[in-house]
Every structure is written in C-alpha cells, then in structure tokens.
Write a protein that binds this ligand. Sequence first.
Ligand SMILES: [Zn+2]
Length: 75
Amino acid sequence: MSKRWEEERWGPHAHCKICGNAIPEGKTVCSPECQAKYDSEVANYKRSQKINYIILGLMGASILIFFLIANYFPL
Ligand SMILES: [Zn+2]
C-alpha cells in the first residue's frame, strides 16, 4: 500500500534492511541475526568498492604511462 497509509496506521517506522520487518525508526535491522547478515553485506560492499578503486587506479596509471611513453618516445 502507499507509504502515507502505512504511516497513518503504524506511525513513523523503518523496515529491517535484511528481512523487511517493521522496526522502530532509527534502527537498521530487527534482530542480532539480521545484524550479522547486514554487517557481512556491508563488509562485502566495502571490499568490492576497494577493488573498484584499485581497478580505477590501475586504469588511470596505465593511461598516464601511455601518455608519458607517447610523449618521451614518439614513434
Ligand atoms: Zn530482520
């Protein structure tokens, strides 16, 4: 149903990011089990972000090297 209808019926609240249960506003998850899942998802996300940054850095570095080589060793 619409969000407005939900808020009228239940008052301001949030939903567990893992299972979707209604939880008090300001909380992220409903239970220690969901907290553990949420923590591991956050860790996974951070790890993949780090890999993305490394790949971006490597691409940037190889473009830089390419331009340096093209500059110093013109064919
Ligand atoms: Zn939950």
